[in-house]
Design a protein around this ligand. Structure first.
Ligand SMILES: Cc1ncc(COP(=O)(O)O)c(C=O)c1O
Length: 370
């Protein structure tokens, strides 16, 4: 309880600030080294950096930063809608897909209703549900995969949203396509399914569920996408929601007028058509995932097979691994907040970065930590 004379919403006491990946600059300051000496493998960013086309577009647009952005993201909405085969009124853009989760909560959640989600899934769903006083119901996983049956069982009359990250963070796994589609088809009409597809571009296309045709058939589903991962624009904060127009228009009502800055809009538009950067990113992630898997097997470290650009690795006391790797200028993510205190989550980096990680892990295992 905060000791202030102004009454505040009591559920705020249940919230704990989200602990993001440690910034490169912070560790560099702590260790007294240059930021370039630090390798960050903690936030599932793009190892190749931003799309070069996005960087060029941003540089050209810089002289217009005195103007407010286009609140409707007109050009971006037009391009994304062409790609997806929907009209622009299906799209709502946000300051990262994170903001879309907040907008969904503002529209659909309140005290007295529930949001259903999986236990080891993106923590923001729980945080945001609690922020608006709703009750998050977290159901167990089936091994390392989201259990759609358990989600279904937890959906009651009071449920408004069900969150499914596919692929899931932090496990890196995806739900089997037929299973997920059957789950979505079986949902009661009073529940909106929020399929968070932040990493969808990394998974095999034939395993990706067909959400838009279901939405077109009247199913209450929306999909969240981001420019933070495959397009490498995490620092600009831009993502979007694809939803049937009646749902999208509700989100538009609670959106702040200039929620997506003009730099993000310009860069995202250029990144969307930078197929070369996407292709190179996918190639790197696929080959480096294999490299890491094989090296981890050699080290005798268990990992969770991933379809994304990150993976869970069981190192024993993840906080200790996190601290010891920092001594070697490498930032990974401890997983105790997800109830996985034996694990760290590692973003798949460049070959050089991954090699540094493996050398450091080998040293830790051989007792040459620190
Ligand atoms: C599953 C998932 N959803 C959403 C996000 C948020 O992405 P952003 O707000 O950068 O678009 C992340 C970020 O790590 C994520 O892992």
């Amino acid at each position: 309880m905060a000791e202030i004379p102004v009454e505040y919403n009591p559920w705020v006491d249940l919230l704990r600030p989200y602990e993001p990946g440690k910034p490169v600059e912070e560790l560099a300051r702590e260790l007294g080294v240059e930021p370039d000496a630090v390798v960050k493998l903690a936030s599932n960013e793009n190892a190749l950096g931003p799309s070069p086309a996005a960087v060029r577009a941003l540089q050209q647009a810089a002289s217009r930063m005195h103007l407010y952005p286009d609140g409707s993201c007109f050009y971006l909405a037009r391009r994304v809608s062409q790609k997806l085969g929907v009209t622009p009124d299906w799209l709502v853009f946000g300051s990262g897909s994170n903001e879309l989760i907040v907008l969904l909560a503002l529209v659909f959640l309140r005290p007295g209703v529930t949001a259903v989600m999986s236990q080891k899934s993106f923590l923001i769903y729980r945080l945001v549900s609690r922020t608006v006083g709703a009750e998050p119901i977290e159901v167990p996983m089936k091994g390392w995969t989201i259990d759609t049956h358990a989600l279904q069982e937890a959906i009651g009359e009071d449920c408004r949203l069900v969150f499914i990250a596919n692929p899931n963070n932090p496990t890196g796994t995806a739900v089997d396509r037929e299973n997920l589609e059957a789950f979505l088809d079986s949902l009661p009409g009073h529940v909106l399914a929020v399929v968070d597809e932040a990493y969808v571009e990394f998974m095999p296309e034939d395993q990706t569920p067909d959400l838009i045709s279901r939405m077109k058939n009247g199913r209450m589903i929306c999909s969240l996408r981001t420019f933070s991962k495959i397009y490498g624009l995490a620092g600009l904060r831009i993502g979007y929601c694809v939803a049937p127009p009646p749902v999208a228009s509700l989100l538009q009502r609670v959106r702040q007028p200039f929620n997506v800055n003009s730099a993000a809009q310009v860069a995202a538009l250029a990144a969307l058509d930078d197929e070369d950067h996407v292709r190179r990113t996918l190639k790197l992630v696929a080959s480096e995932r294999q490299f890491l898997e094989s090296e981890l097997r050699d080290l005798g470290l268990e990992y969770v097979p991933s379809v994304t650009n990150f993976m869970l690795v069981r190192t024993g006391d993840g906080r200790r691994t996190f601290a010891a790797l920092q001594e070697r200028h490498i930032i990974v993510r401890p997983m105790d907040v997800y109830g996985l205190s034996d694990f760290v989550r590692v973003t798949i980096g460049t070959h050089e970065q991954n090699q540094r990680l493996i050398v450091a892990l080998r040293d830790l295992l051989n007792g040459r930590g620190g």
